[in-house]
Design a protein around this ligand. Structure first.
Ligand code: 13P
Ligand code: SF4
Length: 335
């Protein structure tokens, strides 16, 4: 038995779809899935969305159990916002290279070295780093939130240097960038992308802002996963090149089956290097076990959770309005 991931015993012969459905009702559970999950998981989920949509759903659901099919920082976000619910993640090893790049002790030291800066932090980080931050952003809320921060306010942006760099260029605003990257979006090849564009003249490239600038430079559209999906549905073009994790193409093909979606290539032009290895750890078997055993479960220290909730609540408020960042209180000094 693998205690951390709950794998043990034979599941042979089980109708996993039916069993997951049965357990979802028995447990009063909601299954939330990110667009980067395997198609069978997206199809059984109650809700599929981007990081902001999923945070909102986690905050407002009346279910007793949240089965989070995504990565650990997403499930932690659900627990921060809904502490009285049981939050399970099918595989506790489903991490994120951005989270790994930003250990809390180093982030704290960085903040302390820049006491006049606020920390605007991408949601792809640990709960501890959220607790050390002032305002969280997702790729779909970052621009709206940044536009509400006074121009003279100095900002640390972490942990994704590519998203931070994209925002910096777009807003003409200098920010101190933490040097993290997403290994998935980092792996797209500019050379192979240009070859693909030449093979499909006129096909727009829709790219996630986690991509490096040499990829974004060739994109007709840059946005979060939900914005890319919306673009795929509404663009008049029949062929779209998709520069983000390719499992999102499942939703595009369901929404507009008459169009063609091509995943942007990695270095050898034909690799699987753009599949997120962390997201891929979740399977139907592990989802079934998570609902059956209510493990692996997210547990957080309460003091840290409350501190992390402040920065997430600011994001949810600022993403829904234009009220400005308000009084950040003691956190600005990194206390
Ligand atoms: P969004 O779905 O919020 O665009 O985030 C993409 C991502 O990489 C999540 O890990
Ligand atoms: Fe992290 Fe990148 Fe995977 Fe998203 S796609 S979870 S940013 S490694």
């Amino acid at each position: 038995m693998d205690a951390r991931n709950g794998i043990g015993g034979s599941l042979t012969g089980l109708d996993l779809r039916a069993e997951i459905d049965r357990l979802r009702k028995e447990r009063n559970a909601v299954i939330l899935a990110h667009y980067y999950q395997k198609p069978e998981i997206q199809d059984i989920a109650d809700f599929v969305g981007d990081s902001l949509d999923l945070s909102r759903k986690a905050a407002e659901t009346s279910a007793d159990v949240i089965a989070f099919c995504g990565v650990r920082f997403m499930a932690e976000t659900a627990k921060i916002l809904s502490p009285h619910k049981t939050v399970v993640l099918p595989d506790m090893d489903a991490g994120c290279s951005l989270e790994d790049s930003c250990p809390p002790d180093k982030f704290r030291a960085f903040r302390e070295a820049h006491p006049d800066h606020i920390a605007l932090t991408y949601i792809n980080c640990s709960a501890e780093v959220k607790a050390l931050s002032d305002i969280i952003v997702t790729s779909s809320s970052a621009e709206k939130i940044l536009s509400q921060i006074p121009k003279d306010q100095k900002i640390i942006f972490g942990p994704d240097k590519h998203l931070g760099g994209y925002l910096s260029r777009k807003f003409g605003r200098e920010m101190l960038l933490w040097p993290g990257v997403c290994i998935v979006h980092e792996a797209f090849s500019e050379t192979e992308l240009l070859k693909l564009k030449a093979q499909h003249p006129g096909a727009p490239v829709a790219a996630h802002p986690e991509c490096p600038p040499h990829v974004l430079d060739h994109a007709e559209m840059v946005g979060s996963t939900s914005a890319i999906l919306e673009f795929a549905k509404t663009t008049p073009h029949d062929v779209v090149i998709v520069a983000t994790e390719p499992h999102i193409i499942h939703q595009m093909e369901k929404a507009v089956p008459e169009k063609t979606f091509i995943g942007a290539p990695g270095a050898d032009g034909n690799c699987n290097c753009n599949i997120c290895p962390y997201m891929a750890l979740n399977t139907m078997e592990k989802l079934y076990i998570a609902l059956r055993d209510l493990e692996p479960r997210i547990e957080l220290d309460e003091t840290m959770r409350l501190q992390a909730k402040k920065s997430l609540d600011r994001m949810l408020a600022m993403a829904s309005s234009t009220v400005g960042m308000g009084d950040l209180g003691a956190r600005v000094t990194g206390d």
